[in-house]
Design a binder for this molecule. Structure first.
Ligand code: HAM
Length: 425
């Protein structure tokens, strides 16, 4: 017997009846990005492993535990992208974009891969809408990126989403903070998980983001970075807060946000759905990433990414997906002799940009009408011997409007006029 093949664990299929929900979110992402002057960037699904080791950081969970890494047939180590930021920077460096017009603004809609334990809102293949901005150190850039994410959520009808922000400082103020963290965690080192014990010397901030319950509990009472910020970072954070206030964007300061990726400096933020507790979008500033990847250039960067599966889930829970409006035309043929006329009318309609379907199943008129109704056709035209003979057809409005009569040869144009007037209403 053939083996039953199922989708890999932690992946999702999007069925034809649901894909409009994804398209609605993706369309909103493109529309809102365009409003802020961001243009789409595309990059490969896999990159050389080193890009993520250096970009995302080799003490992060993402790099240490979650990457889909393999050798290709040429013995090169490649990795399915676990996120988009490192790739976006790689693209800009490789194509010299940082030498062009600044600020540089780009957005992407991508699949991403992390070998995580699948659970509610957490998958092994997931999708992100992300936006990145390069070249500006100004806190106004931080405000703009947060405003873009916030506008996107609003565009989807997602209100009542909490925005939490924090500043995790620059390498300067982090020196003292790392020392304080090391001292705090060293006193309880035996209780930490093995990975975190390894992080103690190299990157103690990573312990704050560990998912193990014991490390989490110890981390809850650790010193917070906000108490260690240098004057410049403090100023930057204060100006950002004032600019968010001015934009009417409400937020809470959460000194415990550290984020799961190593590249962040100064501002970090997360948008959280209070009902599910899921982080819908997260991001921040990463002023050291370009230098980390390039070795020479210093270009500020910042951005965010939103998880599309989570957005679909929360929007379903909140009933935010509209019922699809009826549209298009079903052209029913009654008897074989009517088939050519029905096909011609459907062809004419499609040429005018109107969705048109005809029977492909040799169904009775009643069954064809049922199909037209189930597929949400707005108009139905029934063509039989009489109609072919008289050259005149009746167009039935499935949305309850009055039926109307038209010449078969003018049918497509008449229906087009009716569709246009409906759309204007
Ligand atoms: P991240 O917080 O790792 O940030 O991911 C961003 C969003 O992707 C999360 O808030 C969540 O909605 C979604 N997400 C992450 N992992 C999963 C998963 N396993 N299953 C489902 N959804 C998930 C980044 O990726 C950064 N590159 C964001 C960024 C852009 N920072 C600056 N620029």
């Amino acid at each position: 017997m053939a083996m039953e093949i199922k989708a890999p664990r932690g992946t999702n299929d999007v069925l034809p009846a649901e894909s409009y929900q994804w398209q609605l979110i993706e369309d909103a992402a493109r529309r809102v990005s365009d409003r802020f002057g961001y243009r789409e960037i595309r990059f490969p699904t896999f990159e050389s492993t080193e890009l993520f080791e250096r970009g995302v950081g080799d003490t992060t969970d993402v790099v240490q535990k979650e990457m889909y890494t393999f050798k290709d047939k040429g013995d090169r180590s490649v990795t399915l992208r676990p996120e988009g930021t490192a790739s976006a920077v790689r693209v800009c460096l490789e194509h010299g974009l940082f030498g062009g017009l600044l600020p540089l603004k780009a957005y992407y809609i991508i699949s991403a891969f992390r070998y995580e334990k699948p659970q509610a809102g957490r998958f092994r293949e997931f999708h992100q809408f992300g936006a990145e901005l390069y070249g500006s150190a100004s806190p106004q850039a931080d405000r703009e990126v947060i405003e873009l994410a916030s506008s996107f959520l609003k565009e989807l009808g997602l209100d009542r989403i909490s925005l939490n922000i924090n500043s995790i400082g620059c390498p300067e103020c982090r020196k003292n903070y790392h020392a304080a963290l090391k001292e705090y965690f060293s006193s309880r080192a035996e209780e930490l998980c093995e990975t975190c014990r390894g992080r103690l010397d190299r990157n103690p901030m990573r312990i704050l983001d560990c998912k193990s319950p014991v490390c989490k509990e110890i981390a809850a009472a650790a010193p917070v970075i906000l108490d260690y910020l240098c004057d410049d970072c403090k100023d930057h954070f204060e100006t950002l807060k004032a600019s968010l206030d001015n934009a009417g964007i409400s937020y809470s300061v959460d000194p415990h946000i550290v984020r799961g990726l190593d590249y962040y400096t100064r501002t970090v933020f997360e948008f959280i759905d209070p009902a599910s507790g899921l982080t819908l979008a997260g991001g921040g500033r990463y002023d050291g990433l370009v230098t980390e990847l390039d070795g020479k250039m210093q270009v500020c960067g910042l951005g965010f990414a939103a998880g599309l599966e989570r957005l679909v889930g929360v929007m379903k829970d909140r009933g935010l997906f509209p019922d699809l409006p009826r549209n298009g035309v079903y052209v029913a043929a009654m008897g074989r002799s009517a088939v050519p006329a029905a096909n011609r009318l459907a062809t004419d309609l499609r040429a005018l940009g109107i969705r048109a379907e005809t029977d492909l199943m040799d169904r009775s008129l009643k069954a064809q009408m049922k199909y037209a109704d189930k597929t949400n056709a707005r108009f139905v035209v029934v063509i039989g011997d009489n109609e072919v003979e008289s050259g005149s057809v009746t167009v039935k409005d499935m949305a309850g409007g009055d039926p109307f009569q038209t010449a078969l040869t003018d049918g497509a144009r008449e229906i087009e006029l009716r569709v246009e007037s409906e759309e204007r209403r």
